[in-house]
Design a binder for this molecule. Sequence first.
Ligand code: SF4
Ligand code: SF4
Length: 184
Amino acid sequence: MVGERQGHEISMLDATIDMGKKAAATLAFGTCASFGGIPAAKPNPTGAKPVTAIFEENGIKTPVVNVPGCPPHPDWMVGTIAYALTKGLPPVDEYRRPSLFFGSTIHDNCPYLKYYEEGKFARSYGEEGCRLKLGCKGPETYADCWQRQWNNKVNWCVRNAICIGCVQPNFWDEMAPLYEQTTG
Ligand code: SF4
Ligand code: SF4
């Protein structure tokens, strides 16, 4: 429940339908809002679904921009809002993600790509080398974390561990097991 009106509880679903109908556009922040995310993972006991699915089921034509991430980077959120307010809705990819932030893969820009090409793979954390064998999902993940980084550019997932593909539509079910090689 997210509120109450005239003695009636308002669910997130009610609010999404009600506000979605009236909005000029809807920005779905986070992988749950964008694609269902962890709550929608099998067996999805609560019937969780993305904003786009709710709109479609209720005949709502309001355009949706997805800004996924588990969590979404603050720059992606602020940047998308700023772009929308100053220039209109940003160009998006096939999953409605702003191309500005989700236009190329982690892998193609990764500082460890040279190790991947040389076939030098880390077998444990802390070992020098590409993290593919540790489960890195960078080859199928589109985001700019490699240059944006997190916490004021202090660090990012691949330097510390691996990319788990948190911005992808098939996160969680198809990315699991996270810490085993599933791509390559
Ligand atoms: S698999 Fe992961 S660690 Fe290796 S180059 Fe690609 S993104 Fe970087
Ligand atoms: S590096 Fe991968 S797992 Fe980490 S925030 Fe970026 S997309 Fe998500």
